[in-house]
Design a protein around this ligand. Structure first.
Ligand code: NAD
Length: 468
């Protein structure tokens, strides 16, 4: 381990992985990250890093995914800035001791929960929102007083490179570092001892992360994916539903962990939805989405091929879209109908611009369908009827839940973001991120008073003591 290079300080000097971990560990032990003022100053510098380099960030995101400027600002830049504001506004409160209620026997003691940083933490990011999914967890980790290594995804290479250049320029190099590399480098990095591993990515890789973490018994947060259903039922404003569904699905060309993966609705709703979706897609991206600057590309040739294969293997009927261009990593916004439960499109998370619509006869059938599968990261229900929303909410489980819209629930720092079961362990955003990267230390500060009372619990355990 440690035989390859890690950028340090944007300078020419290279450290091995284990040297980086050691450097951060000494900084952590020095206590430098503990004062509120230090955490605040680093969060402020992270804010400056984003603001000073907005153009470069937008360029990198465009290079990686052809991310439209609007989507990049909304889902990568502003969301991180909001998280930073939220953390800086609330940091003092989050850091306060939490006094708990006491019993008669502890009346004279100070009993409180103290949030303490965990130490040196590792954040491993994916490629689909390569800035947001590294920096939002990092905000929580810095706010909680940890030293942090971030490992961006090598697949979003331009953003990866930019992070490695910018982070050391702005943040303390003793406390924070970027380690670069793909699967092999990450595996080697994981041989080091961390105090927490925060992983965002696929379920398959999550298993190797867990194995590596088990060696050091390192606690892990897993932010994974899965198939997020969208149930459309009862009275519903079809035009509005089509806009919101299409936006949530085709934002970032469907490469969002919380994108609606498939739709469940009645045959009548499907028949009304199809022309509405057709109109929306034309409104959004024109008749030729490939020429539209507001539509992203698939991140890599490997993912492009995976999606095209999925489409080929599907027995469903392409109702809209279906065009593709390998050279351009383009796949048109595509809607597939007549999709059965065992279709290729229903076997894995799609993570691209293909939307299967499955028909069911009742709300109960939709709920049973969802409950037969692994718990999703997000669950959406579209309906004008609050009883329908309520029924779905109370009879299903998912990481997050949103009615009559998609994706948008994750923009609120007050709501925890994370999965349940196979869609992830743990959560973050806002206070939840601070908690994820903190240890809640149970503290009782006692004096020497009332020692005679303590006599009641010391041996010999006489009958009188028992009856007391
Ligand atoms: P991925 O698992 O392939 O890669 C994620 C990270 O893991 C990268 O940094 C990569 O370098 C590293 N990695 C890859 N193979 C590894 C290995 N064998 N050992 C150690 N590290 C390894 O995931 P991805 O393709 O980048 O992301 C797609 C998946 O992530 C989807 O399933 C999606 O739903 C999920 N996701 C979840 C969230 C969320 O917040 N819950 C957000 C975005 C993406």
């Amino acid at each position: 381990n440690g035989s390859f290079d890690v950028i340090r300080g944007g300078s020419e000097r290279m450290d091995t992985q284990s040297q980086v971990v050691d450097r951060l560990r000494s900084a952590f032990h020095s206590g430098v990250t503990i004062p509120e003022q230090f955490r605040r100053s680093q969060l402020t510098k992270l804010m400056s890093m984003i603001k000073d380099n907005e153009e470069q960030i937008l360029k990198a995101l465009h290079k990686d995914l052809a991310k439209p400027k609007f989507e990049a600002v909304l889902s990568e830049i502003d969301i991180v800035i909001n998280e930073l504001h939220h953390a800086m506004t609330n940091l003092k409160t989050w850091m306060q001791l939490e006094y708990v209620s006491k019993t008669l026997a502890t009346k004279l003691d100070d009993c409180f929960v103290r949030r303490e940083p965990l130490g040196v933490v590792l954040i491993i990011g994916p490629w689909n929102y390569p800035l947001q999914l590294l920096l939002i967890p990092m905000v929580g980790a810095i706010a909680a007083g940890n030293c942090v290594i971030i490992k961006p995804s090598e697949v979003s290479a331009a953003t990866d490179c930019l992070m490695a250049e910018l982070i050391p320029k702005y943040l303390s190099q003793d406390c924070y570092a970027v380690v670069r590399g793909g699967a092999e480098e990450t595996k080697a990095l994981l041989e080091n001892h961390f105090d927490h591993i925060f992983y965002t990515g696929s379920q398959t890789v999550a298993r190797s992360i867990l194995q590596a973490a088990s060696v050091h018994l390192t606690p892990v947060t897993l932010e994974l994916g899965g198939k997020c259903p969208c149930i459309i039922h009862g009275r519903v404003s079809i035009a509005a539903a089509a806009y919101r569904l299409a936006w949530a699905k085709f934002f970032n060309a469907g490469q969002s962990c919380v994108a609606p993966d498939y739709v469940l609705c009645s045959p009548a709703t499907r028949d009304a939805l199809l022309p509405a979706l057709c109109k929306v897609l034309e409104d959004f991206y024109s008749k030729e989405p490939q020429t539209c600057p507001d539509y992203s590309r698939i991140v890599s040739p490997r993912h492009w091929t995976r999606l095209i294969e999925l489409l080929k293997r599907s027995k469903g009927k392409v109702a809209m879209g279906g065009q593709s261009d390998q050279e351009d990593k383009y796949i048109a916004p595509t809607v597939v109908v007549d999709v059965a439960e065992d279709d290729a499109l229903m076997k894995e998370e799609i993570f691209g611009p293909i939307l299967p619509i499955l028909t069911v006869e009742s709300l109960e059938e939709s709920i049973k369908f969802v409950n037969r599968r692994e718990k999703p990261l997000a669950l959406y229900v579209f309906s004008d009827e609050s009883s329908v929303v309520d029924t779905v909410l109370k009879n299903t489980s998912s990481g997050g839940f949103c009615s009559n819209d998609g994706i948008i629930h994750m923009t609120l720092p007050g709501l925890p973001f994370g999965g349940v079961g196979a869609s992830g362990w743990g959560s973050y955003h806002g206070r939840w991120g601070f908690e994820t990267f903190s240890h809640r230390r149970a503290c009782m500060l006692r004096g020497w008073a009332l020692e005679r009372l303590n006599g009641l619990r010391y041996p010999p355990y006489t009958e009188t003591k028992l009856s007391w």
